[in-house]
Write a protein that binds this ligand. Structure first.
Ligand SMILES: Cc1cc2nc3c(=O)[nH]c(=O)nc-3n(C[C@H](O)[C@H](O)[C@H](O)COP(=O)(O)OP(=O)(O)OC[C@H]3O[C@@H](n4cnc5c(N)ncnc54)[C@H](O)[C@@H]3O)c2cc1C
Length: 308
């Protein structure tokens, strides 16, 4: 497939990091192209309400926030390609990107491809996806109406989603491998005081069983080794994320956490290639921090392009 287009700056990913980078780069008149990947707006589409993004004291829907980011990026001339990156060649300049529909070259890149949810990797998980196993409360919450379900995980996402699922489910039991949660205090208090939420601490899911749909979980207590059969009508998994770095392995330095290594200017080990958001951050993982990194990456990319 021939080269179809050259751009000064291409942004890979259309989550909070990519779209914020686009706003800044477009305002610097770089006419950035955003290649969106499969999930326009990124992970914010997986959550019902975002309560901690400044400017929205009453909270804002995840998709609605994504739409506002996109609209603001378009005001200043960002273009979008609804396509997915298949491979990237950073060994020669300009850099070459291959997508499903063609190829691009670019003088500078901002990598903002985020991360994807981790799986439990236990028997039954794969087989019951869509039949009781889910990774998105907003998407599948409705199917839990009047059911007794489980949420696996103990961080912010797990608790937020468990609270959201109480709107539909009869009961939500949170299964967490430790005896203390990792979530923020407000969420923890809300969850602990919710009459529909229960906890199974020090426990891990070993298997998901059922006929047509999920019917029970095999749960092991990690302290006592005791294994029990727990009736369940659905299991939502929120146990962390893996950064989407596959395309760059062998081309860019990674951190021990598996994220792309960047310096304080958001620059990767390759000059002219910047990274922002969860692809380069395994620690903060918020809309505001990802958006902030996106803005910083765009400012650095602007300086880099001016220096050429
Ligand atoms: C259930 C849930 C609830 C959350 N709640 C909150 C909250 O209340 N407040 C908060 O601040 N944060 C919350 N977060 C976290 C927040 O959504 C993320 O920190 C943020 O979305 C990360 O932004 P990002 O731009 O780095 O990546 P992502 O949002 O992961 O976006 C990645 C983008 O890259 C694209 N992409 C991936 N692969 C490719 C490819 N090969 N080619 C092209 N594009 C590609 C995707 O399509 C997507 O557009 C929540 C997350 C989850 C999962």
């Amino acid at each position: 497939m021939g080269i179809i287009e050259h751009r000064r700056l291409i942004i890979l990913g259309a989550g909070p990091a990519g779209l914020s980078a686009a706003i800044y780069a477009a305002r610097a008149e770089l006419k950035p192209l955003v290649i969106t990947g499969m999930v326009l707006y990124g992970q914010v589409t997986l959550t019902n309400t975002i309560e901690n993004y400044p400017g929205f004291p009453k909270g804002i829907g995840g998709i609605e926030l994504g739409q506002l980011f996109e609209e603001q990026a378009k005001v200043f001339g960002t273009e979008f390609a609804y396509d997915e990156i298949q491979s990237v060649d950073l060994s020669a300049r300009p850099f070459t990107l291959t997508t499903y529909s063609g190829s691009y070259t670019a003088d500078a890149l901002i990598l903002a491809m985020g991360s994807r949810h981790k799986k439990l990797n236990v028997p039954g998980e794969e087989a019951f996806v869509g039949r009781g196993v889910s990774y998105c409360g907003t998407c599948d919450g409705w199917f839990t109406k009047d059911k007794n379900i489980h949420v696996v995980g103990g961080g912010d996402s797990a608790l937020e989603e468990a609270l959201f699922l109480t709107r539909f489910a009869r009961s939500v039991t949170i299964i967490h491998r430790r005896d203390a949660l990792r979530a923020g205090a407000i969420l923890e208090n809300r969850a602990r005081n919710h009459p529909k939420i229960h906890f199974l601490f020090d426990s891990v899911v070993k298997e998901i069983r059922g006929q047509e749909v999920v019917e029970e979980l095999i749960v092991e207590n990690v302290k006592t080794g005791e294994v029990s059969q727990v009736p369940s009508q659905g299991v939502f998994v929120f146990i962390g994320h893996t950064p989407n770095t596959q395309t760059f392995i062998g081309q860019l330095e990674l951190t021990p956490a598996g994220t792309i290594r960047i310096d304080e200017f958001m620059e990767t080990s390759q000059k002219g290639v910047f990274a922002a958001g969860e692809i380069a951050d395994s620690h903060f993982r918020q809309v505001i921090t990802s958006a902030g990194m996106g803005a910083a990456a765009a400012i650095s990319a602007t300086h880099y392009l001016e220096s050429l």
